[in-house]
Design a protein. Structure first.
Length: 322
């Protein structure tokens, strides 16, 4: 990858260039992944097709969400992807030597690495896309969606699967909005947070009014007829703002990209400074260790999986001391 400016077009295919679509915006360029993984099959709980994920029934209405959990130990780490990204982006990496080849499965990816020291789960939100370019088999829902809807689904799928916490939440980009709201509204069951170039309500303040307006208009223009995930940032900022504050700081790490990338919205100037300012604000809010030397664009989890896994281990170790 040549820095964080390369992006994913419309969250259609989860590739190494996760920068822009992971935040909910349209892309400036498109890269197409060349699948290198063995094709996966959706299986029912208890299935043995070789795919470790399965569809978890969500109760009334017939909805199901695809979930993958590995490892043992406590706390359980929950990986929350960016816009359009399914859970398998945590099992894949990009080869810096051949970024055009897209993502490939790897034992060095975040999920398998974390599974070596504790329980870890990842899931496919409705409207997300697997790394092979196919839509998730999680039941579609109407779009746009909000952080509150994301929290409701995450809480339900973990409960239905028998994953009762405590949890360390790891949110990438848009997923950080869901992770933060989960922590605020289910604080007793959350023992730590890691954000991976995470979006936050602070972007509402650090972007200029023109930039924020342009971004919201770009998101609104997304073709919802395709069933792709479309975040409602305006509503989600309000949801987080009205949620209870966390009663005391949790162990937390904020990871921030250091290879400039941009939302590429309108003619109102670069959004990179505003992104960095919002990261600083988020780290202060969470009383987190802020890692800014990441040698990565926006897709830190696939570009620097060891860095993400080490941050998770740090938070897990701190949580175990409490």
């Amino acid at each position: 990858m040549s820095g964080g400016g390369q992006v994913l077009a419309g969250a259609v295919t989860v590739v190494a260039t996760l920068a822009l679509a992971a935040c909910g915006g349209p892309a400036a360029t498109k890269a197409t992944a060349t699948p290198t993984a063995t094709p996966t099959a959706t299986v029912s709980p208890g299935g043995t097709s070789g795919d470790p994920s399965h569809l978890v029934p969500m109760g009334g209405g017939g909805r199901r969400i695809r979930l993958e959990c590995r490892g043992t130990g406590s706390p359980t780490v929950v990986l929350v992807s960016g816009t359009g990204g399914a859970g398998d982006e945590w099992t894949h990496v990009v080869d810096p030597a051949t970024p055009a080849a897209g993502l490939k499965p790897s034992a060095a990816a975040v999920l398998p690495t974390v599974a070596s020291f504790t329980r870890v789960c990842a899931y496919d939100r409705p409207g997300t896309t697997r790394t092979d370019g196919k839509p998730t088999s999680s039941t579609p829902v109407s779009q746009p969606t909000t952080a509150r809807a994301g929290v409701r689904d995450l809480r339900a799928v973990l409960s239905a699967a028998g994953e009762h916490g405590p949890f360390v939440l790891v949110g990438a980009s848009w997923g950080a909005m869901i992770a933060e709201l989960f922590a605020r509204t289910d604080f007793p069951r959350v023992s730590g947070l890691v954000t991976v170039d995470g979006a936050s309500p602070y972007l509402r303040d650090t972007l200029t009014p023109a930039q924020w307006s342009d971004w919201m208009h770009k998101i609104e223009a997304t073709d919802q007829g395709k069933g792709l995930e479309v975040p409602d940032y305006e509503a989600s900022v309000a949801e987080i703002g009205s949620a209870p504050a966390m009663p005391h700081p949790l162990p937390a790490v904020v990871l921030t990209s250091d290879k400039p990338w941009d939302l590429a919205i309108g003619d109102s100037g670069s959004t990179w400074p505003a992104w960095l300012a919002a990261q600083d604000d988020l780290a202060r809010e969470l009383h987190a260790r802020h890692v800014t030397d990441t040698d990565s664009g926006h897709g830190i989890a696939v570009e620097r999986p060891r860095l993400v896994a080490d941050a998770v281990r740090e938070v897990v170790d701190e949580a175990r001391k409490q």
